[in-house]
Design a binder for this molecule. Sequence first.
Ligand code: DP6
Length: 377
Amino acid sequence: MAVYEATASAPVNIACIKYWGKRDTKLILPTNSSLSVTLDQDHLRSTTTSRADPSFTEDRLWLNGKEEEIKEGGRTATCIAEMKRLRKQEVEDKQPNEPKVKNHPHHAPQILRSDHLGLQLSTHHVHIASFNNFPTAAGLASSASGFAALVSSLAQLYKLPVSPSTLSLIARQGSGSACRSLFGGFVAWEQGTLPDGSDSLAVEVAPQSHWPDMHALICVVSDDKKGTSSTSGMQRTVETSPLLQHRIKHVVPQRMADISAAIRARDFDKFAEITMRDSNQFHAVALDTEPPIFYMNDVSRAIIALIVEYNRVSVEKGLGRKAAYTYDAGPNAVIYTLKENVKEIVELILKYFPQREGAFKDVFGLLGGVDVAKVEG
Ligand code: DP6
């Protein structure tokens, strides 16, 4: 008997222009566009296998070997339902060819059989198993890579000839930032204007090969679970922060244009300036929320001071900025830099934040890769 099974993987992405705020919480439509860098496929990624079988009595999901409930009407259920709908549509769209095929009786039974099976496939229940190749304890968000891998594996299972942008429309409904993990390299999530969300999707700004020297250094400051989740934190910001309104109207549109231009021109100094300013403003709107949200801690702020000083010296020498920090909804730093500076920055961080022997792991250090350092305050 045929086994219908497919596996796909997707990497983590880290935003330079932050997504923070929804205009539609069900469809996950953002209040502003955002832009990220997708990390190396080899390192931080989720790998997901989906299987469809007539004997399955319900859709089921396992995360890192542990079964998770698929809540009715929840994000996972929505993504699965949307993928099944695409599959059904794809099979139906092929129907007009049928009369032509029927003129060739020799081929007809085969086509009918595959169409018949195809339709069934979208009505079968699915079992989905997803694994992260990084410890959840690393304090890194896995929902972006997780939903991108889930949607990709179902697309493969259903043999859908759709673009990554089309899949991003569905991954977005799992977790907003997941839509950007459908592409490698430099990716924009265009907020869109349509109420049904059909133009709120990810597009490639440049592939990783455009700027292969770009590196990300991840400093794990704390692996505690964050206090306020992105989902609830950003909703509170939308409801209470006047600064967010200024940000979405008057700041982000220009930054999206400027950082895209900086990426195309491989202008690291400009890329770094915008990335750091946007991280700062994101944490400012978190502070402007009622009650306020603090994601960074003293170690996070000390790393900022270190990078600011490092860049000051570099700018003074006429070399421009050489590093860019950015922080998501937690205290861990991601530092973007070019390959030639990785060693120097790692040494600098180790000097100011001494590690236990061997705690620092340069495990991911190749082109476009990530380096992970555990930093103790
Ligand atoms: C600070 O994508 O996790 O990392 O759409 O509610 O699932 P939901 O939120 P999520 O938010 C990510 C917020 C961020 C910034 C970013 O990745 O752009």
